[in-house]
Write a protein that binds this ligand. Structure first.
Ligand code: GRG
Length: 294
């Protein structure tokens, strides 16, 4: 196993153990909702966002144990967004993380509640973050709530819903993904930095890195939707084209999309210079995401 693969594996185990201890047990009543929360959380996601939180804390000289509550919170918020995004009234997907989607297993009404419960739980977990000299718990909570709110994550989904079946420009597509994808990656990194008492300059660098990495990640996600199979993706392949959704390949073509992903990754990497050797894991993750199989 390469050093990076071993690092990712060890961070996944750390995050999974923490998620397991934070989330209510399946025996807690009402059992269905707690089973449903764990069903989606432990369905085998990559844990990219919490790993970024831990790696950002490391880049700023912090300790993983302080970054674990926000790391888990971003993964829980991400999972809620997937559960709701997959609903029949949204993207109507049957498969996620290689398993039937939440509403397929628990029914639509229950899947709405499972998503709601995950989002609420994310704040309970986040509240356990130790504050630092520069960042109070209020700063940490505001960073997280603004990211999940109507101007970012939900705002991106609103633009996405409103853009369905329309010919979007590249600028309109970028606006959707700044909010749907890049915002949560950026907040994942910033929260890690905050637990390490990051300087303003370090937090700015994490923000630039997150923005560009987030957009690059989405370009790659759009490319993989065209080039990989349902088995490889763990979700329905070719879905974007089937529902006539604007994507980077549909607007730019495959070749230009690959170049765009590489350009954004270069911009992301440039922001890491101030961290020196401590930013090595962030750097390796950016390269790894770009090199995911096209
Ligand atoms: C508030 C309902 C609601 C939605 C907000 C985030 C979002 C908008 C919707 C989720 C679905 C989606 C396509 C998001 C774009 C980002 C993206 C490519 C997510 C997939 O992330 P991965 O690949 O997934 O990290 P795993 O399963 O590995 O965690």
């Amino acid at each position: 196993m390469s050093d990076l693969k071993a690092y990712l594996k060890s961070q996944q185990v750390l995050v999974d153990d923490a998620l397991n201890s934070f989330l209510p047990r399946v025996t807690v009543r009402p059992k269905t909702v707690h089973q449903g929360m764990r069903y989606s959380i432990f369905a085998g996601g990559k844990r990219l966002r919490p790993i970024l939180t831990l790696a950002a804390a490391e880049a700023c000289g912090g300790e993983a144990k302080n970054a674990l509550p926000p790391a888990c919170s971003v993964e829980i918020m991400h999972t809620y967004s997937l559960v709701h995004d997959d609903l029949p009234s949204m993207d109507d997907d049957d498969l996620r993380r290689g398993r039937p989607t939440s509403h397929k297993v628990y029914g639509e009404g229950m899947a709405v509640l499972i998503g709601d419960a995950l989002l609420t739980e994310a704040f309970t977990v986040l509240a356990q973050t130790p504050p630092t000299k520069r960042y109070s718990l209020k700063d940490i909570l505001l960073e997280f709530s603004e990211c999940g709110g109507s101007k970012k994550l939900i705002g991106g989904q609103v633009l996405d819903l409103e853009g369905e079946g329309k010919d979007l420009t590249k600028a309109q597509l970028v606006r959707i993904h700044e909010n749907k994808t890049a915002a949560l990656l950026t907040t994942s990194l910033r929260l890690g930095g905050m637990t390490a008492n990051a300087t303003v300059r370090q937090l700015d660098a994490l923000t630039t890195f997150g923005y560009n990495l987030g957009l690059a990640f989405q370009v790659i996600d759009d490319i993989l939707d065209v080039t990989q199979s349902t088995e490889q993706l763990g979700k329905t392949a070719g879905k974007d084209e089937a529902v006539d959704k604007a994507t980077y390949p549909s607007i730019l073509g495959l070749d230009k999309s690959k170049k765009e992903a590489a350009r954004l990754t270069r911009k992301a990497l440039a922001a890491l210079e101030i961290f020196g050797k401590k930013g090595q894991h962030l750097e390796e993750i950016a390269h790894y995401l770009l090199d995911r199989e096209f």
